[in-house]
Design a protein around this ligand. Structure first.
Ligand code: 5RP
Length: 223
């Protein structure tokens, strides 16, 4: 089974967590795209969705699902999103799709986070995947130096045209290699207060409540 098939498998399995007539928080990425596809086919009636990116908004609207402004929603039961890495405690690294800030905002609105991922995302220690950090552009060089003091090699993420990638929020992303994130909450707290950091892609304070992992043996549920 290839990775795409595993993503489709967990996207389908996530439908079990969708309450009819609820408002759903929806993440960003190729696994979430599979979920949106499954949601559209299942035609579960929803009051609407709160989206974590322009890309997801477009897909939700194409699927006939109303996208609600996050400011108009006080709380959500479930936020459904993928991850770049998840450990056995449910701590995650996210932001490979550059949507981490809105993802964390929508995750914070929700009572529970359902992570959907293929089994290759499960790790013992976070940090193999370069850690994405959304930053105010003028701070990037200084933040890169700060990561160097922690043993991390950070670089500004580039778009296809070779220029710094600009997020939905008009910010840049630095990707940090070489970190062993053994204490995800401490690292999230440390980096979050650096001036210029908008969001660090460690989801420890917003960890997964449940994770559906797609493997060739089927979908495994981690709680
Ligand atoms: C986007 C994210 C995604 O959830 C993460 O990159 C996983 O993506 P995919 O489902 O495509 O593997 O954090 O910012």
């Amino acid at each position: 089974m290839d990775q795409d098939t595993l993503k489709a498998l967990v996207g389908q399995a996530a439908l079990a967590y969708v309450q009819p007539h609820s408002i759903l928080g929806v993440g960003t990425g190729s696994t979430v795209n599979k979920f949106i596809e499954a949601l559209a086919k299942a035609a579960i009636p929803l009051k609407g969705a709160v989206s974590s990116s322009e890309a997801t908004t477009k897909l939700l609207q194409q699927a006939g699902i109303e996208v609600l402004d996050s400011s108009a929603v006080a709380s959500l039961d479930w936020y459904i999103d993928g991850a770049d890495e998840i450990d056995h405690q449910g701590f995650m690294v996210k932001g490979g799709g550059a949507a981490l800030t809105r993802e964390k905002i929508v995750a914070d609105l929700a009572d529970k986070f359902l992570c959907i991922a293929d089994a290759s995302k499960l790790v013992e220690v976070l940090g193999q995947f370069p850690l994405p950090v959304e930053v105010v552009p003028m701070s990037s060089a200084h933040i890169i130096r700060r990561f160097a003091t922690l043993g991390g090699q950070a670089t500004v993420r580039l778009a296809k045209d070779g220029q710094p990638l600009v997020t939905d929020n008009g910010m840049h992303i630095v990707d940090v290699r070489g970190l062993q994130i053994t204490d995800p909450k401490a690292m999230e707290d440390l980096v979050s207060v650096w001036p210029g950091v908008v969001t660090v892609g460690i989801f420890a304070h917003h960890k997964a409540s449940v994770c559906l992992l797609g493997s060739p043996e089927g979908v495994k549920t981690l709680t």
